[in-house]
Design a protein around this ligand. Structure first.
Ligand code: NAD
Ligand code: WQD
Length: 339
């Protein structure tokens, strides 16, 4: 299939691009580089041995999207393009609703014009809000507690209404939990601008000496060791989930929702401890106060994706840490060469 990846030079998009190309699909990237850069495209080509086209553009540019869909005879779209920082979404909600919701509407209008009606959407477990039960299954009530999560839920609802209005659409909504890790080559990985919000990239920058220490946001939660527990999923397992969803949509009309996680809650101390074992040294850290809006525990019931997509997360926390270290080592060398 010819597949357009919006946000394709971002963290998850770049890893999915590699996997899809390796699986024999023709991939086209579409990105405005607001949270990535063009060099990622070259490294995707280096890994895959393919010359994957990368169109620079904003998903709010409907005309450019129509042109791109026609030019590359796109069969399906995976929609990764979006802003994802919870804190920033609280400070700048209009920026998030414009980019994530208006951007998605623009993409869907372009797809309608070009008669491309297969889409996989990057949603988030954030749509669930505070868990009423665990593990979270797809039937859990939806109550996002920040503007970012609300943008994701609104796009989910738009897609569901679109399918009701035109049953010829094929839609998969993938609710990611906590993606971490990197491609085994170490050439691509999570590359946040500025100081990372998320745990894993922050730990990697402490390990590399770029940041002095890790602040552990609370150790008084009702969890196995008092620190927050999350469902960390290796980004390559996540990429496989997208391939499985695309294959499913070949035979199924309508809209389906899938949780993509491991189903295994891992605490901050467990993740940091694994990382320390892999690198053979301690990560300087101190207990800090809880971060506003943080959940104590969040992890997935993945049985629907397991049974319906025949998809399973296969990589463990050790794999996530070792692959992340390879990427961080390469990333540090890149920064060294830039100085
Ligand atoms: P990322 O920021 O690395 O990638 C997003 C990409 O989209 C970037 O390359 C960015 O330049 C591009 N982009 C953003 N707005 C755009 C626009 N208007 N037009 C064109 N390109 C645009 O983020 P990621 O971690 O790869 O996440 C990909 C998707 O998955 C996002 O929609 C995010 O909300 C969602 N998601 C991420 C996580 C996570 O923890 N990483 C969890 C759940 C869901
Ligand atoms: C994980 C754990 C923190 C940083 C976020 C978004 C969510 C999704 C995934 C987009 C928590 C603790 C963290 C640090 C710490 N993104 N922590 N010190 O908050 O589960 O989810 O990323 O969809 O929308 O909310 O991930 O990595 O920020 O935190 O102690 O410096 O690590 O308290 O328990 P989170 P995270």
């Amino acid at each position: 299939m010819n597949i357009l990846l919006t946000g394709g030079t971002g963290y998850i998009g770049s890893h999915t691009a590699v996997l899809l190309a390796d699986a024999g699909h023709t991939v086209v990237l579409f990105d405005n580089f607001c949270n990535s850069n063009k060099t990622v495209s070259a490294r995707i080509n280096q890994i895959t041995g393919h010359d994957i086209p990368c169109v620079e553009g904003d998903v709010r540019d409907t005309k450019l999207l129509v042109k791109t869909l026609h030019e590359f005879q796109i069969d399906a779209v995976i929609h990764f393009a979006g802003l994802k920082a919870v804190g920033e979404s609280v400070r700048e909600p209009l920026k998030y609703f414009d980019n994530n919701v208006a951007g998605s509407i623009s993409l869907l209008e372009a797809m309608q014009k070009a008669s491309v009606k297969t889409i996989v959407f990057s949603s988030s477990a954030t749509v669930y809000g505070k868990p009423q039960y665990l593990p979270l299954d797809e039937a859990h009530p939806l109550n996002p507690i920040n503007p970012y999560g609300r943008t994701k839920l609104q796009v989910e609802e738009i897609l569901q209404d679109l399918v009701k209005s035109d049953p010829s659409w094929r839609v998969a909504l993938l609710r990611y939990f906590n993606p971490v890790g990197a491609h085994d080559s170490g050439l691509i990985g999570e590359d946040p601008n500025g100081i990372p919000n998320n745990l894993m990239p922050y730990v990697m920058q402490v390990a590399s000496g770029k940041l002095p220490h890790l602040n552990i946001f609370g150790n008084d939660y009702d969890t196995k060791d008092g620190t927050g527990e999350r469902d960390y999923i290796h980004v390559m397992d996540l990429a496989q989930g997208h391939l499985a969803a695309l294959n499913y949509l070949q035979d199924h009309l309508g809209c389906e929702i899938f949780n993509l996680g491991t189903g295994i809650p891992v605490s901050v101390l467990e993740l940091v401890g694994t990382y320390e074992k892999v690198i053979g040294k301690k990560i300087p850290s101190q207990i800090a106060s809880r971060r506003e809006g943080d959940l104590a525990v969040c992890y997935a019931d993945t049985s629907k994706a397991n049974h319906t997509l025949n998809w399973y997360a296969l990589k463990d926390v050790h794999d996530m840490c070792t692959s992340g270290i390879r990427w961080q080592t390469f990333r540090s060398s890149l920064e060294g060469s830039r100085e």
